[in-house]
Design a protein around this ligand. Structure first.
Ligand code: PLP
Length: 414
């Protein structure tokens, strides 16, 4: 074994196997003792990723159909992203937003070229992208001199982040209760209930914030008529339509943005997750008045849009384009659905929801967590949202062979 530059790992030069210097039990005890207990962890210590596969410290291989909860859109350690990071890290790692850098400007230009938006605000996460959107909506609501146009309508079961404003936007009591009182001015409606939405949106509404496909809430897509109505109501009442594409964006549904599947263009779109190909970056994109609402001093973030993350995001976009990953997401999504409709799943799977590679597999029995654990033991990583729903968010690079393997494991464990 020779020591690698990371002092926490060693690599066997013969086999290429990487292992932590400390054993897994010790890593677990450090985590137990020193990290705040905000996560329920799966067993094992993960040391390496490549494409759709990851390996733990014992050398066990896993097929990753969760992809960092939609972060690893181009797979783990995509060579193009790794190269961009290595080159950029050796050249210029960080610059304050008080100065210009080429990667940030180039990424902004590229995002505008591939979307219907006009300007970008960069940040570091999905929650921050939604915070920026909320701040734009609130400020925009004051433009006509109104002091009451600050209401924001969001959907039950939504997920928009964990900061105080975004957890308030997240209409799920379990995330809100410990931190009450919430930020004032949010109203919640059931997704796809047009009457409820019509009743909730008024001249005091500054924004309607929706995920085109709810991810964390169980993979529920908005109806075509519902999003069209949201657009119409926002136009009628001078409110901004905000789509949270943090999970659905970057080609996951088979198009760059989920909204393209509906032909309903928002005023603001928020991104994070897959945008950086594995590194933290978020973005709030806007068009029309919303694109110029923020002025110097209104908003900012120290690390946001730094050269390292923006270089990685540019490489990620290039990889998606050059490797035709949106077409692959569409084809593989259809193939997964087709395979999960085989007779061997009859009576065990009730419904498969979603588009492209954001899929929710609704089980007949409320044992999603047991299925997740059994799949993990067999080397397949999936996620449970609720008692009955298995969520699949694999990288866009997956192949038919990967799907065949995942489906066979699911057949064993469901
Ligand atoms: N919006 C959506 C739709 C999400 O799925 C998530 C995270 O799961 C967020 C926002 C929050 O993103 P982050 O965890 O990067 O703050």
């Amino acid at each position: 074994m020779t020591a690698m530059t990371q002092t926490l790992y060693t690599m066997d030069t013969q086999t290429g196997r990487i292992a932590p210097v400390v054993d897994a039990a010790e890593v677990k005890s450090w985590d137990d003792d020193f990290v705040m207990g905000t996560y329920v962890r799966q067993p094992g210590v993960f040391v390496r990723g490549e494409g759709a596969r990851i390996w733990d410290d014992s050398g066990k291989e896993y097929l990753d159909f969760l992809g960092g909860i939609a972060v690893n859109g181009v797979g783990h350690c995509h060579p193009r992203v790794v190269k961009a990071l290595q080159d950029q890290a050796a050249t210029l790692m960080h610059m304050s937003n008080l100065f210009l850098t080429a990667p940030q400007a180039a990424l902004a230009k590229k995002l505008i070229e591939i979307s219907d938006m006009e300007r970008v605000f960069f940040c570091n996460s999905g929650a921050e992208a939604n915070e920026a959107a909320i701040k734009i909506a609130r400020k925009n609501g004051k433009v006509g001199g109104s002091e009451t146009k600050f209401q924001i309508v969001t959907a039950h079961r939504s997920f928009h982040g964990r900061t105080m404003a975004t957890v308030t936007a997240t209409a799920q009591p379990k995330y809100q209760a410990p931190f009450a009182p919430m930020v004032p001015g949010f109203n919640y409606v059931p997704l796809n209930d047009i009457d409820a939405l019509t009743a909730a949106v008024s001249d005091d509404t500054c924004a309607v914030l929706l995920e085109p496909i709810q991810g964390e809430g169980g993979v529920y897509a908005a109806d075509q008529a519902y999003l069209e109505k949201a657009r119409e109501l926002c136009d009628k009442h001078g409110a901004l339509l905000i789509f949270d594409e943090v999970q659905t964006g970057m080609g996951r549904t088979g198009k760059w943005w989920a909204y393209e599947n509906y032909g309903v263009v928002p005023d603001i779109m928020t991104l994070a997750k897959s945008l950086g190909g594995g590194v933290p970056i978020g973005a709030c994109l806007a068009r029309g008045a919303a694109a110029t609402t923020l002025v110097p001093g209104d908003h900012g973030s120290t690390f946001a849009g730094g050269p390292l993350m923006t270089a990685a995001a540019l490489a990620t976009i290039e990889a998606i384009e050059e490797e035709h990953l949106m077409a692959n997401a569409h084809a593989m999504g259809a193939y997964i659905k087709h395979r999960l409709e085989e007779p061997r799943f009859a009576g065990k799977i009730e419904e498969i929801r979603g588009m492209g590679l954001i899929l929710g597999v609704e089980l007949a029995e409320p044992n999603a967590r047991k299925v997740l654990t059994a799949a993990f033991d067999r080397g397949l990583i999936v996620n449970a949202v609720g008692d009955r729903t298995i969520r699949l968010l694999p990288p866009l690079i997956i192949t038919r062979e990967d799907v065949d393997k995942a489906v066979d494991i699911l057949a064993e464990v469901i």
